[in-house]
Write a protein that binds this ligand. Structure first.
Ligand SMILES: Cc1ncc(C[n+]2csc(CCOP(=O)(O)OP(=O)(O)O)c2C)c(N)n1
Ligand SMILES: [Mg+2]
Length: 321
């Protein structure tokens, strides 16, 4: 389906928003302003942005430990996200959750998740709830190629197929799981064939092509809303950064990463080339969108730095377990 000029501009802007958010988070982490750990989504922007462009505001997503991109793509507020990373009271979890617990229920963002595969059960439950209520909402469940080996996918996909739940299981095949290449640990060559075990639709898409992701998700959403059940969609992409900030990356060939980093493969450069060609955008328009994203992230950092730390007494508030 043809996207409007404004929709394309929004997608390009969002991809830069993610790129700058991640680059800034990495720098802040290296300056010891972010504690714990943080996982970068750099290089995978087309997956989250393409998928969320095919969703309505009230549709659900579940995210992962590498969740900043999903949240920004679904409309999450970069200021509240950055404040959360810096442990400030203005953050999404009042500074007590950090990177892997960001959620925004008003936008259908059911949360990042430190448990690999943890979002799979939550998204399936959300789709079940939408189905029971007849709300017409769908759920998109983002998870990694490593997570595709988790048992919960088998249980959840079986249930979703049986009940024809409105869900898209969106596997981000970014080639690595922690410090290992993922392929040698997955029994099948193509992850999409796992769909056959449950009679689901299985689709593989170029995850660095934002329009291809959008179109594949749009079709899967149409199927889901039409009562034809779930899809397992595999988006092939690449994790440009290490597993976490500070990963020495000794386990992967430099040439491989360099190739994926090239302007030819980089998802933002690729989309930019489409926009100035077929898309009918001028270079100037693209530059304005890029600068807008950069300014928003700079503003988010300022907001986060200027925000107060939580009071010691707040330690016992909002604690449920
Ligand atoms: C249940 C569980 N097992 C192991 C871990 C440790 N762990 C964190 S991330 C990760 C790899 C995940 O790889 P993948 O699903 O491909 O996601 P990616 O990091 O590539 O986005 C592992 C094993 C965990 N957090 N949760
Ligand atoms: Mg992976």
């Amino acid at each position: 389906m043809k996207l409007s000029h404004d929709q394309l501009a929004d997608m390009y802007h969002r991809m830069w928003l993610i790129r700058y958010f991640e680059e800034s988070a990495r720098s802040l982490f290296q300056e010891n302003m972010i504690r714990g750990t943080t996982h970068m989504y750099t290089g995978e922007e087309a997956v989250a942005v393409g998928a969320c462009a095919a969703l309505n505001r009230d549709d659900y997503i579940t995210s992962t430990h590498r969740g900043h991109g999903h949240c920004l793509a679904k409309g999450g507020d970069p200021r509240r996200m950055m404040a959360e990373l810096l442990g400030k009271v203005t953050g999404y979890c009042k500074g007590k959750g950090g990177s892997m617990h960001i959620a925004d229920l008003d936008l259908g963002i059911l949360g990042a998740n430190g448990i690999v595969g943890g979002g799979i059960g939550i998204a399936t439950g959300a789709a079940y709830s939408a189905d029971l209520r007849g709300s017409g909402q769908v759920a998109v469940c983002f998870f990694g190629d490593g997570a595709s080996n988790q048992g919960i996918l088998m249980e959840a996909a079986n249930m979703a197929a049986l009940w024809k739940l409105p869900i898209i299981y969106l596997c981000e095949e970014n080639q690595y799981a922690e410090f290992s290449p993922s392929k040698p640990f997955i029994a099948v060559e193509r992850i999409e064939v796992k769909a056959q075990a449950f009679g689901l639709a299985g689709v593989t898409v170029d995850g660095n092509d934002v329009l291809a992701v959008y179109e594949a998700v749009r079709r899967a959403v149409e199927r889901a809303r039409g009562g034809d059940g779930p899809t397992l969609l595999v988006a092939q992409t690449y994790r440009l950064e290490g597993h976490t900030v500070g990963d020495p990356l000794t386990y992967r060939p430099k040439e491989e990463a360099d190739e994926w980093k090239s302007a030819e493969r980089d998802p933002i450069s690729r989309f930019g080339r489409y926009l100035t060609g077929e898309g009918g955008f001028s270079e100037k328009e693209l530059e304005t969108l890029r600068q807008k994203a950069q300014a928003e992230i700079d503003e988010a950092i300022k907001f986060a730095i200027d925000s107060p730390e939580p009071e010691i007494a707040a330690l016992w508030e909002d604690v449920t377990a």
